[in-house]
Design a protein around this ligand. Sequence first.
Ligand code: ADP
Length: 393
Amino acid sequence: MNDIGHALLTKIEIITDDWIGAIRTDIEIESAKGLAYKSVRNSIPYVVEALASLLSDSLKDKPKKLERKGLDHGIIRAEQGYDVAEIVREYSLLRTIIVSVLKSDLLSGSAEEVLSMIEVIDSVIDQVICWSLDSYLQQRLEELEEVRTQLLLTNEELERLIATQKEDLSELAHELKTPLNSIIGFSRLLQQQQQKVNENPDTSLNLELTEKVIKNGRQLLHLINNALEMSRYEAGKISLNLEPTNLRFLVRSIIETLEPSATHKNLEIKLDFDNAPEKMVTDPLRLRQIITNLVSNAIKYTDSGTITIRCQTENDDQWSLIVSDTGIGISKEDQSQIFNPYYRVNLKNRVIPDRTGLGLAIVDKIVKLLQGEINLVSTPGEGSIFTITFPVS
Ligand code: ADP
């Protein structure tokens, strides 16, 4: 039989590349999406190298190194937000790829030799999974302790607030944001912790409950953020910071953050700067909010097709931003109301998460503040086009 350890050593790069390709297309490893090649790769080549030395008679084994790499891997995956199932899954893909890449070398041996090699591969990978999960859980427990301390502190802060009887609701809402963030983080950790105990019959129920807490917590946070924003506009508390702004750079950076949710729904995002103004003055933070709200609506209310964001010069004094989608569209009656705070179109039996009815009301306020105008053309079943026209300076 060929020296399997040696064969493995020469194929580390192929295995690593095949494995990263498999991870990227695997729908069960959501956390790897958006991670750089190097971050996904992590210590896998070392694991394969150490496995090679265990498989080869001619190489000295390095179990200590393997253990250290396995432990490091778990810590890094915890930091990257992987859950337990994702770690187990990535190792199981690694096992499949190693066996398939070594196929011809394995087949050069007798059935007995093949079986014993596969046994070594299996047991090493199982051992590395155990090390990785050990350090992963340790890392999570430390985070959990940190969040708990934070939660206690914010709770004290809240009690102090209530004791001083602050009446300004918007201020209270502002203060509520911190504990809410903690609750969301806390439940996420809990959820990840619980995923490992799937033999416990109560776990699925607990998981369902924590998922509800996370979902409601996120929605509440979204609502509080929007309500806060709205109340600031209504109180006239927003001042503008006008400065020359690079439109392409701004739009691209917004799209980078929104793209994952579009990709998730298989929607294409197109940018068109062909006739964009060279120079313009605006408040980049406020403009960012307008674009974010319009584009996230376009993604939210579109099931298939394309979202297009176009910036174009209208004349010497004006430029416009056009966000169009191929989504569900808005009827004439609703078009006259959607800019009112808290107004949401009745979508019959459809459930679309995170609807507060405040996004467009905020857009409307900011557009007025920036002395712009907003125009909507929409056909139910075909899509919507939101055009905002701004002065160049
Ligand atoms: P919400 O948080 O509910 O999305 P918005 O103020 O952003 O709040 O929008 C108000 C309503 O207008 C939404 O609930 C939705 O019914 C409708 N709407 C907004 N944008 C679009 C769009 N691009 N396509 C279809 N309907 C939309």
